[in-house]
Write a protein that binds this ligand. Structure first.
Ligand SMILES: [Fe+2]
Length: 222
């Protein structure tokens, strides 16, 4: 479905005919935004060095990227607090897209809840990939997403929660593509086969004020 500026990929089960039949209803939203990805790439590669020196690795979020990755420091920084014009613009774009997504699902006058955002970056070098994982399944689970900053010939694959064999959505990673999806949805990437890094900025939206007991104060208002 094309809703003016963005595209909705919708999965909805037919009404259950048995008390044991599974049900699902979720939407993956994709939107091409006009943002300086070259500048974002340079900022992230610079910050990657600083952050890796400053903080030891903790969880890599089950991505398989391991302790040498920027991803394994995701609890210690927020890209949207870096203070660059381009990161502030990204913050606004996420806010705007979330409102569009929310209102397309719940009505043109629906008011989105008050949310916080955690926002980090992933840098995948040649031979690396993100293995299948999800972000949360607790009762406050909300949406997550990412922006592709730079990628050559890679995909993110979103796995159906029940039909993990057939019903996968394979999304080409296109620089400037902003994606929103429910945070319980399993996803993974293909391998970066090129010398140039694959860089994405990822985020979680939450109504909670803190998610992990051991993280820094990295959640900021959306
Ligand atoms: Fe993820």
């Amino acid at each position: 479905m094309n809703i003016n500026e963005w595209c909705a990929i919708q999965y909805k089960s037919d009404p259950p005919q048995s008390p044991f039949a599974p049900t699902w209803d979720y939407t993956i939203g994709e939107k091409q935004i006009d943002i300086d990805c070259e500048q974002l790439k340079n900022i992230i590669l610079e910050k990657e060095k600083e952050i890796k020196e400053e903080f030891p690795a903790s969880s890599d979020g089950n991505t398989g990227l391991g302790p040498d990755s920027l991803t394994s420091r995701f609890r210690h920084f927020n890209v949207l607090s870096w203070g660059y014009e381009v990161t502030d613009q990204l913050h606004e774009e996420i806010k705007k897209f979330h409102k569009q997504y929310y209102r397309s699902l719940f009505g043109a006058f629906a008011t989105p809840p008050k949310l916080n955002i955690r926002c980090w970056a992933n840098v995948l070098r040649k031979g690396e990939r993100i293995k299948q994982h999800w972000h949360s399944i607790h009762p406050h689970t909300y949406l997550g997403g990412h922006l592709t900053v730079t990628a050559t010939d890679t995909k993110t694959i979103y796995v159906h929660p029940y039909d993990d064999i057939g019903r996968k959505y394979e999304a080409e990673n296109v620089p400037g593509k902003l994606t929103l999806f429910p945070n319980y949805l399993p996803h993974y990437t293909t391998v970066n086969q090129y010398d140039s890094p694959r860089i994405t900025i990822a985020f979680d939206l939450t109504s909670l004020n803190s998610i992990f007991t051991d993280d820094d104060n990295t959640l900021i208002p959306l």
